[in-house]
Design a protein around this ligand. Structure first.
Ligand SMILES: NC(=O)CC[C@H](N)C(=O)O
Length: 361
């Protein structure tokens, strides 16, 4: 079926429509990863967004049971140049077309994604919608795009992700990629996942050694009601924030966040670790950033993006609290930053009063 992506500035990008066919509006963003599309499709941070892949051929290794970051896709649409309908991989269970049709997510293929990405880069991110060509006269209501995305994607109930491990981490789920829990488990932690709206008392009752604040969708300012709890927990426990978790920590301690022109979404964003002066290649997916202006004295910048200088990491001057804008759990992507899970373990170890043996490589 012929379909079209219509941008809010009126630009139209025709293609072939498969998957879900109802009108789905969202913020149109692009991702530069060559692989990792299954992790992108299942990353809850993309809720409410239409993701355009810049790499021309997507889907050639199918989707499997192991690489999902969540049980379902949350994104509003997926746009590719070419989508492979005959994938080949020993783990492959579904094609891109089958997976997105099953979850009723529109898949628009055969799109001139190079032209589309140029428009987004020039104008900054734009809202848009995908529809069958004949329905493209309907006026979408962009004002109706949801703002309570974190509460939509967060787990409704607490659950134990892993039951063994020396340190107990409560993972506050703002839309967590499963690989954060997997990485913590691999590092030797017992992980309990709790809803985004959990109170400090509920978290404290779990007797955690540390708090992990996850990634998640939307504008961090939409989560203002969660900030007092984030601050209370960070003042009491070793705390590690990733992406949205980093932004919420920053806001909770008095920093500001701002929307970026078109964000960072890809598997090879260079970040400078200011302490070692080494460059890490990182996986990123964010449209907001912590602003340099008005950064409180208590927060020290630990990492910066090499391309645009934006804040990529923070630590608290006095508390056992640190956070990064990129994804050390790196799915998809490189693993340069995985050492941060060891750093988190070290903070929990210190809090327990044990001697620290650094495993940093
Ligand atoms: N991956 C994330 O956690 C993204 C954080 C936030 N939604 C942003 O786009 O900046």
């Amino acid at each position: 079926m012929k379909g079209v992506l219509v941008l809010e500035n009126g630009r139209r990008f025709p293609g072939l429509l498969a998957g879900g066919e109802g009108m789905k509006a969202g913020e149109v963003v692009f991702h530069t990863g060559m692989t990792g599309y299954q992790e992108i499709l299942t990353d809850p941070s993309y809720a409410g967004q239409i993701v355009v892949m810049t790499y021309p051929l997507i889907g050639n290794y199918g989707l499997n049971a192991q690489d999902a970051e969540a049980k379902r896709p949350w994104l509003a649409g997926f746009v590719t140049g070419e989508a492979c309908s005959l994938p080949n991989h020993y783990l492959q269970e579904k094609t891109l077309h089958e997976y997105l049709a099953h979850h009723e997510v529109p898949l628009l293929t055969d799109v001139d994604t190079r032209a589309l990405v140029r428009v987004i880069r020039e104008h900054g991110s734009l809202k848009g919608y995908i529809v069958p060509v004949e329905a493209a006269t309907e006026e979408p209501d962009f004002s109706a795009l949801p703002r309570d995305l974190v509460k939509k994607v967060s787990t409704p109930i607490s659950y134990s992700f892993s039951a063994e491990g020396e340190y107990h981490v409560v993972l506050l789920d703002f839309g967590a990629k499963e690989n954060i829990a997997r990485s913590l488990t691999t590092a030797g932690c017992r992980v309990t996942v709790m809803p985004a709206t959990s109170t400090a008392e509920q978290v404290r009752a779990m007797r955690p050694d540390g708090i992990m604040l996850s990634n998640g969708p939307g504008d961090p300012l939409d989560c203002a009601d969660l900030l007092p709890t984030v601050k209370e927990l960070a003042e009491e426990f070793p705390t590690f924030g990733i992406c949205l978790g980093h932004q919420l920590l920053a806001l909770a301690f008095g920093a500001r966040t701002e929307k970026m022109r078109f964000g960072h979404r890809g598997s090879n964003h260079p970040v400078r670790d200011l302490q070692s002066d080494k460059i890490w290649i990182t996986s990123q997916n964010h449209g907001y950033t912590v602003a340099d202006a008005g950064l409180p004295d208590d927060l020290i910048v630990t990492h910066r993006n090499v391309n645009d200088g934006s804040v990529e990491g923070l630590k608290h001057r006095d508390l056992a609290v640190f956070s990064v804008q990129f994804h050390p759990e790196a799915c998809p992507g490189p693993q340069d930053a995985q050492v941060l899970f060891e750093d988190f373990l070290s903070l929990m170890k210190e809090r327990k009063g044990q001697h620290l043996v650094t495993t940093t490589v």
